[in-house]
Write a protein that binds this ligand. Sequence first.
Ligand SMILES: Cc1cc2nc3c(=O)[nH]c(=O)nc-3n(C[C@H](O)[C@H](O)[C@H](O)COP(=O)(O)OP(=O)(O)OC[C@H]3O[C@@H](n4cnc5c(N)ncnc54)[C@H](O)[C@@H]3O)c2cc1C
Length: 177
Amino acid sequence: MNGAAIAIDARCQTSMRNVWAIGDLSGEPMLAHRAMAQGEMVAELIAGHSREFNPVAIAAVCFTDPELVVVGKTPDTAQQEGLDCIVAQFPFAANGRAMTLESRSGFVRVVARRDNHLILGWQAVGVGVSELSSAFAQSLEMGARLEDVAGTIHAHPTLGEAVQEAALRALGHALHL
Ligand SMILES: Cc1cc2nc3c(=O)[nH]c(=O)nc-3n(C[C@H](O)[C@H](O)[C@H](O)COP(=O)(O)OP(=O)(O)OC[C@H]3O[C@@H](n4cnc5c(N)ncnc54)[C@H](O)[C@@H]3O)c2cc1C
């Protein structure tokens, strides 16, 4: 055991041969998409493939009003790990799609390493931001830097433009502020 959870290794293997544990009983984060990814991996392991469960980040979303998304490191967790980071925030008050949705409150925030601009985390608050969680997770899994997101053309008017603007702002180039 690992506290109240069943102890597993990076392949969800338990201390018993040919017994794997996935999902909530294997501990935090207790999220459906983590459980599903673990289950898929274990099925592939049993089928003889070589796999390991080693995500850079697993998105946490609160389906509240407004919605909240946290992916990867926050400014606090980055600081606790002794990382020198740039933190930049872009408000939905300056985002065209948020205006058409009549919900200008909230923001997108990015955390990136100061030395090489590697993106370490995203946080967002606002209407519909759960839909941004995929882009956040993708950027972390792909090892994106601020320049990658800032240099990607984002469709207008979308909430995603606030993601690009947060990256631009971290680089000192925000257009709509
Ligand atoms: C109210 C609520 C809201 C949530 N909202 C979200 C969300 O928005 N997004 C998100 O990612 N996650 C959410 N979660 C968490 C998510 O539901 C869990 O992380 C996920 O279901 C874990 O999957 P699991 O397979 O580990 O467990 P479960 O989905 O709980 O599946 C375990 C299964 O085992 C069965 N079982 C238990 N004991 C036995 C037994 N002795 N014999 C046979 N069968 C047994 C149970 O009946 C159940 O069907 C929420 C959880 C709750 C409670």
